[in-house]
Write a protein that binds this ligand. Structure first.
Ligand code: HEM
Ligand code: NAG
Length: 331
């Protein structure tokens, strides 16, 4: 082989390797499976669990973020960690769109990925770490332990351009919300259970003032209005302002069925929360979950599982990102 042929041969074998990093030619794509990393990184799930636990000890609100992330990543086309990408010169990141308003703690997510990379460099996807951190965050918040599959790979592009087709706005009609979740295979009790995530965390005044000014929404519980007005005293809050109302004043740090009692009591903050308790399709499930934490947890676990398996990239699709905020460079 002359030098030129050798060069092309090297190039060819190099690109063959970089296109098929996960599987040999004749191996089949197993899709999502339990404990996908058992041979390639057996400690992966324990490392994520330990990092989530340590971060929760320092900042309890990190667990809210891991829970919100699974919705914002998986509901937008695919659980592919596209949510985590930063903007580049060419594309806006999902994180910077209005639907992502209030998402937080991304720098702590990087800590989890770095801990996994130290043990098994280039093996575990950001998409799987996102899903596993949600699972472990749910446990930190007092929710159920949900066994979830792994084997997702990372997308290379942010989906900011289509995000509004997938994520409903705070004031979306419940019919549209039901449709969007149905298209992921999530039925009515599943949707009702997932919105129980609004039993923790906060909502900023920017997303609430339209229910307070110029007139108070008559559907709101008057006792709750007093509290909301105290927390959101300005009709036009500075969008950078930090003013917010806690989603569940009773047990703000715990994932429990108090959310359903709140919304039945007209204390739901968002229009979607309120509609869940009033629409005739969803109300029966709201009542059932308000009565039974077990039923809520059972439906919540089922729905999180379906959400976590929405249209994943597996096998040789996508990539394993080295850093969750940037797609790998390709030559
Ligand atoms: C119709 C669907 C949904 C809409 C319109 C919606 C909208 C919102 C809005 C506007 C906020 C407040 C953000 C802020 O002001 O900081 C919020 C917070 C939150 N959402 Fe949702 N959401 C929906 C479904 C979900 C689902 C399915 C989950 C998880 C399974 C979820 C988890 C959370 C969490 C945990 C927070 C609190 C975040 C924090 O305090 O950092 N949401 N959501
Ligand atoms: C929902 O709220 C946004 C502001 O956050 C507003 O621009 C939009 O018109 C509202 N949509 C409906 C259907 O009320």
């Amino acid at each position: 082989m002359d030098a030129k042929a050798l060069f092309f041969f090297a190039l060819l074998s190099f690109s063959a390797v970089s296109v098929r990093p996960a599987l040999a030619e004749n191996e089949e794509d197993p899709g999502l499976v339990m404990n996908f990393y058992k041979d390639t990184c057996p400690q992966a799930e324990d490392i994520v669990k330990e990092q989530v636990r340590l971060l929760y000890k320092r900042h309890k609100n990190t667990a809210f973020s891991w829970l919100r992330n699974i919705f914002h990543d998986c509901a937008v086309q695919s659980c592919d960690a596209s949510l985590l990408l930063d903007s580049t010169r060419r594309t806006l990141s999902e994180k910077e769109t209005d639907r992502s308003f209030g998402l937080r703690n991304f720098r702590y997510f990087d800590d989890i990925k770095e801990a996994v990379e130290r043990e098994c460099p280039g093996v575990v996807s950001c998409a799987d770490i996102l899903v596993l951190s949600a699972r472990d965050g749910i446990v930190s918040l007092g929710g159920p332990h949900i066994p979830l599959k792994t084997g997702r790979r990372d997308g290379r592009k942010s989906r900011a351009d289509v995000i509004e087709d997938y994520l409903p706005d705070h004031n979306e009609s419940i019919s549209v919300v039901l449709d969007r979740f149905a298209s992921m295979g999530i039925d009515t009790p599943g949707l009702v259970a997932l919105l129980g995530a609004h039993s923790v965390g906060r909502t900023h005044c920017v997303k609430l003032v339209h229910r307070l000014y110029p007139e108070v929404d008559p559907a709101l519980n008057p006792d709750h209005v007093e509290h909301m007005l105290y927390k959101c005293p300005d009709s036009i809050p500075d969008p950078k302002a930090v003013q917010y109302v806690r989603n569940d004043r009773g047990t703000p740090m715990v994932l429990d069925n108090n959310y359903y009692r709140n919304i039945l009591d007209n204390k739901g903050l968002l229009i979607v929360d309120h509609q869940l308790a009033t629409d005739k399709r969803t109300k029966p499930y709201v009542k059932k979950m308000a009565k039974s934490q077990d039923y809520f947890f059972k439906e919540f676990s089922r729905a999180i599982t379906i959400l976590s398996e929405n249209n994943p990239l597996t096998g040789t699709k996508g990539e394993i990102r080295k850093q969750c905020t940037v797609a790998n460079k390709h030559h």
